[in-house]
Design a protein around this ligand. Structure first.
Ligand SMILES: [Zn+2]
Length: 238
């Protein structure tokens, strides 16, 4: 029994070793590609924000379609295309995703759209975590759930965000080397995408997240964009 456990731990270690360099090789070989969930999350948020607010607006949806990007046929077609790419696990052009971000950046409500995009992204990746793990992260004591949450955040950062995550004391750091929303909008509004994604994902995984600070920004010439999120004890947990 002990031998089996030992062997399975070794197998897991081997698998982990194999996966890590592969992800790194992919990032080196294809730095200009990004997971289609990124542009999809941007477009889904545009659609959500642009949806008619009330019955009065709903009556004029045909007129609104010409005025609101989120209700246009173009956005509808792109959402369909990226949804299909997500299903087929086909990576997509980073420049195209950055173009969509710049288009959002021209709107007066750009920051709100980026925040909504981040939340959409977080909900989707949270959905890829197995139901058992999700239940464990909710139910087990903080001491056990935080390492589990960090492991998933590391995977998300590597797989989707061209970034990495680590823990320092009572905080979680997310470092993004290739931001899709960099310089997309004035006043660093594009960076709200990653901040909102990090906050929502931590909230969904462990329920407790405090202040999220943008500690370093590529747009300010500081190399990469980095955020620090404070762990907060979840109510009712030790
Ligand atoms: Zn930034």
């Amino acid at each position: 029994m002990a031998a089996t456990r030992h062997a399975s731990a070794r197998t897991r270690r081997r698998r982990r070793l194999f996966r890590q360099p592969l992800a790194r090789y992919l990032a080196i070989l294809m730095p200009d590609l990004v997971d289609p969930l990124i542009p999809l999350s941007l477009l889904e948020a545009v659609r959500t924000v642009d949806l008619p607010d009330n019955d009065f607006e709903a009556e004029f949806v045909h007129e609104l379609r010409n005025k609101r990007l989120g209700l246009s046929d173009t956005v509808f077609a792109q959402i369909k295309r990226f949804t299909e790419a997500v299903r087929r696990k086909q990576r997509t052009d980073l420049a195209e995703a950055a173009g969509i971000a710049r288009l959002i950046g021209r709107r007066s409500d750009a920051e709100a759209v980026f925040r909504e995009s981040g939340r959409y992204f977080a909900r989707q990746v949270y959905g890829t975590i197995s139901p058992l793990t999700r239940r464990m992260m909710r139910a087990l004591p903080t001491l056990l759930t935080r390492p589990l949450a960090l492991r998933h955040l590391r995977r998300v950062a590597r797989r989707y965000l061209h970034g990495s995550a680590r823990r320092t004391g009572g905080s979680i750091m997310l470092d993004v080397t290739e931001s899709v929303t960099r310089d997309a909008a004035p006043k660093l509004a594009g960076c709200a995408y990653y901040e909102s994604a990090l906050r929502e994902l931590l909230h969904l995984m462990v329920g407790g997240v405090g202040a999220v600070e943008h500690v370093r920004c590529a747009s300010r010439g500081e190399g990469t964009c980095e955020w620090r999120a404070e762990w907060r004890p979840h109510r009712g947990k030790g």
